[in-house]
Design a protein around this ligand. Structure first.
Ligand code: SF4
Ligand code: F3S
Ligand code: ZN
Length: 103
């Protein structure tokens, strides 16, 4: 599962589409965690898609990640600022790749 303490245990190494990327990143095998309020561990995501289907405010968008060992696309929290903290995505992800910091 995603480390809920990732902000303390990892470092910001990049930005992507306006959100933070938390390392380590060594493309294409290691992609790190995308987002801060809505965080997706790209190294755990298997492209199940339940988060995209269920999020009521369309926070997630697919991003292609060719040659990643778990899946060739990931759910990117492209619109994390719109999150309403319903926690549906956290509940439905089969590999617990998502952390939402509802405060
Ligand atoms: Fe969307 Fe709810 Fe997840 Fe926020 S907590 S990203 S609103 S499904
Ligand atoms: Fe990935 Fe979990 Fe969404 S596997 S596509 S983060 S439901
Ligand atoms: Zn991203």
């Amino acid at each position: 599962a995603i480390d809920p303490q990732f902000h303390e245990n990892r470092e910001k190494v990049d930005e992507h589409e306006g959100h933070d990327v938390w390392g380590p990143v060594e493309e294409p095998e290691k992609l790190g965690i995308h987002g801060t309020h809505v965080a997706v561990d790209f190294d755990l995501c298997i492209a199940d898609g339940a988060c995209l289907e269920d999020c009521p405010v369309d926070v997630f968008e697919w991003v292609d990640t060719p040659d990643h060992p778990e899946s060739g696309k990931k759910a990117d929290p492209a619109n994390e600022a719109q999150c309403i903290d319903c926690m549906l995505c956290v509940d439905v992800c089969p590999v617990d790749a998502i952390d939402v910091d509802a405060g």
